[in-house]
Design a protein around this ligand. Structure first.
Ligand code: 6R9
Length: 646
């Protein structure tokens, strides 16, 4: 049997010590999911007021733990201060240049209290939005928790986003305050965040005040606008260290996080307090098997949901030690991650398939140079992992002894939905196993009927019942919330995540990628529309069609088919300019890999661009059905051209 078809069971030692090692959890949760979740909320969190109702479900709107009160930051900090965790490391940070900082729970609590007082002194009150545009460093975590402590709603924007993207998110969320830094470090270079922030604030803006963290010691080059901009360290020097966390209703908003939508405009995913924290605390405890003795490293940037749920809220709610690294995996050399694992004795690592594929390409000599024996569990998230990458991760990083949890979830779901439980599941390379206890999923056909297990047909993944950490709506756009997620199977009341899937004979789930116009480039969701809009915004471009083509390392690469305005010449300089233009408009992660100029794009008679055919062209496949095209010769010409130029 090929290794890719084998199953891998946890060792007896691992199972014996696991936080869950009894299969009965699945049946127990399925019998009464609400009771199961209520039990998690009760045992894993501290509430200042108990709830009256576990779940109110008025499809498609859910409320969880209605009437209950808690403070998310207090659950991540204050309750750990009374016992042995007080002086335990909460955050161990290493910056890209090699600077290090350790914050104990006691330290982190003090910093968060101080910043809470700073926010109050800047007139930020419960319900106000605060945009956070920072590198992955302790200040980002402190900022998120300080918002949670006073009830301000944070919206973290990934530091790689452009000024336009930042401006759009600030304006949609109507944030009053921006927290940023002079810069961050990436492959030895300074990323000038403050300059980008300044550009985003030009003209009209809802932002009244800006707090600036000194990260790169670039004070000389940073322009501080009087009355608007304040240095973090100055404000913190004077801040009171005492702050009482404000109890929040379970349904009070915790954060908004923007994610790509297929119409181009980003969607503001809204998460609330009690249900969200219950979901992330339970999944962290049972899927990552977190213990007080662990050193846990999730490599995601705090700007993505994985950073929210599994760098900050889930692990800190569990009182874990979180390792945080600011920079790139190949700086100064390709063994940076492995040297960090050795240096800090990391026991749990959670990363993305795109990173694993890059490590594979760089070769086994890099991890082999380091002692990785402290690792006991590995995780993967962001896109489907190929069986070969799974096996490589298992052998060369996990030493063949670490369970791998391939976790499927989304910004919208808040917490992991489908994953193995590491002490129980016999895992199969590239299968995410089964829904977490208390989560109800199914794979259905276009009509919403369940597909038989073991069929080759690609089905559509749906979640059939509400869950505590689900998004509550899209910020200021409830209509879009209803139409994007709930209209496809409205009669059945199913949540539609936009992913293709199938189930094997044993009922295990295999995720097969997006079924909509979202690309997964290095694990990041990028909308084809958004890149097309950025291209068309360039004066030389008449029309553009963008698709994700299969890419060895990034999963998908961005290929753009571009029609130019009359009289503009097709030059390689222009292709370069267009790539730069998109990177500037949206951010470097959206920079197209290929630009192909074409006099025309393949369209149906009703004028729809046939992206399926463009994908066939970019991936060198035989063209599928072209009979619905207005002019079939267009694709034939394009195909020839693509193979010549690439
Ligand atoms: C957590 C996160 C969500 C989309 C999702 C799916 C893809 C994530 C996956 C996976 C297969 C996995 N995805 N994890 N596909 N296997 N283990 O990535 O959130 O950025 O919102 O992306 O990512 O397509 O719908 P987000």
């Amino acid at each position: 049997m090929a290794d890719t078809q084998k199953t891998f069971s946890p060792t007896a030692d691992f199972s014996a010590q696991a936080n869950i090692n009894d299969q009965s959890v699945y049946a127990e949760a399925a019998a009464d999911p609400q009771a199961w979740w209520a039990n998690q909320a009760q045992t894993l969190l501290d509430w200042t007021k108990p709830w009256d109702t576990v779940c109110e479900w008025n499809p498609p709107h859910a409320k969880w733990f209605v009437g209950g009160q808690l403070n998310v930051a207090a659950n991540c900090l204050d309750r750990h201060l009374t016992g042995a965790r007080r002086n335990k490391a909460a955050l161990i940070f290493e910056g890209e240049p090699g600077d290090t900082r350790v914050l104990t729970y006691w330290d982190l609590h003090r910093e968060v209290c101080k910043l809470s007082n700073v926010l109050l002194s800047l007139n930020i009150v419960k319900g106000d939005r605060v945009t956070i545009y920072l590198p992955t460093a302790p200040e980002a975590v402190i900022s998120m928790l300080a918002c949670a402590r006073i009830g301000a709603v944070h919206t973290v924007v990934f530091g790689g986003f452009s000024a336009d993207s930042l401006r759009e998110r600030i304006s949609d969320s109507q944030s009053k305050l921006l927290i940023t830094a002079d810069g961050g470090w990436r492959r030895g270079n300074k990323v000038t965040l403050k300059d980008t922030a300044d550009a985003a604030l030009e003209g009209e803006t809802t932002i009244e005040k800006v707090i600036v963290v000194n990260r790169t010691d670039d004070a000389k080059h940073v322009h501080m606008k009087q009355g608007r901009d304040f240095w973090w360290h100055r404000l913190m020097e004077e801040a009171d260290i005492k702050h009482e966390a404000l109890p929040m209703d379970a349904e009070d908003p915790l954060y908004i996080l923007y994610t790509s939508g297929s119409t181009g405009k980003p969607k503001g995913i809204l998460h609330t307090s009690g249900g969200y924290l219950t979901g992330v605390a339970a999944t962290t405890k049972y899927i990552f098997d977190i213990k007080d003795s662990d050193v846990y490293w999730c490599t995601a940037d705090v700007g993505w949901v994985t950073g929210h749920s599994y760098v900050v809220y889930g692990p800190l709610a569990n009182g874990a030690t979180v390792f945080l690294y600011e920079g790139a995996p190949d700086w100064p050399q390709r063994d940076r991650f492995w040297s960090l694992i050795e240096k800090y004795g990391v026991t749990i690592m959670y990363t993305a398939p795109t990173a694993i594929r890059a490590f594979m390409k760089w070769g086994t000599e890099w991890p082999a140079k380091h002692d990785l024996s402290t690792l006991r569990l590995l995780g993967s998230v962001g896109e489907p992992i190929n069986p070969e990458a799974w096996l490589w991760y298992n052998t060369h990083i996990g030493g063949g002894k670490c369970p791998i949890v391939d976790t499927w979830w989304q910004t919208e779901t808040g917490a992991i939905m489908i994953s193995p439980l590491p002490g129980l599941s016999a895992t199969k390379p590239a299968s995410a196993s089964r829904p977490f206890p208390g989560i109800a999923a199914e794979v259905v056909d276009e009509a919403g009927n369940p597909l038989p297990h073991g069929t080759d047909q690609t089905g559509i993944l749906v979640l059939t019942q509400p869950w505590p950490s689900m998004l509550r709506t899209l910020w200021r756009d409830d209509e879009r919330y209803k139409s994007v997620y709930w209209s496809k199977f409205a009669d059945k009341g199913y949540y539609f995540p936009g992913d293709g899937a199938r189930r094997d004979e044993e009922g295990d789930y295999w995720l097969l990628g997006r079924v909509d116009d979202i690309m997964l480039v290095a694990g990041h969701n990028i909308s084809t529309m958004e890149v097309e809009s950025a291209l068309v915004d360039h004066p030389a471009v008449a029309e553009a069609a963008v698709i994700g083509r299969t890419h060895e390392i990034k999963g998908q690469a961005i290929a753009a088919f571009v029609t130019l305005k009359d009289g503009v010449g097709h030059t390689s300089e222009l292709a370069g300019q267009l790539k730069d233009h998109v990177a500037k408009k949206i951010g470097a992660i959206s920079r197209p890999d290929d630009i192909l100029f074409s006099a025309e794009l393949p369209k149906t008679r009703s004028g729809k661009i046939m992206r399926r055919l463009l994908r066939d062209i970019a991936e060198g496949r035989a063209l599928g059905d072209t009979s619905t095209l207005a002019d079939p010769s267009v694709v034939a010409g394009l195909k020839e051209k693509y193979s010549e130029e690439s």
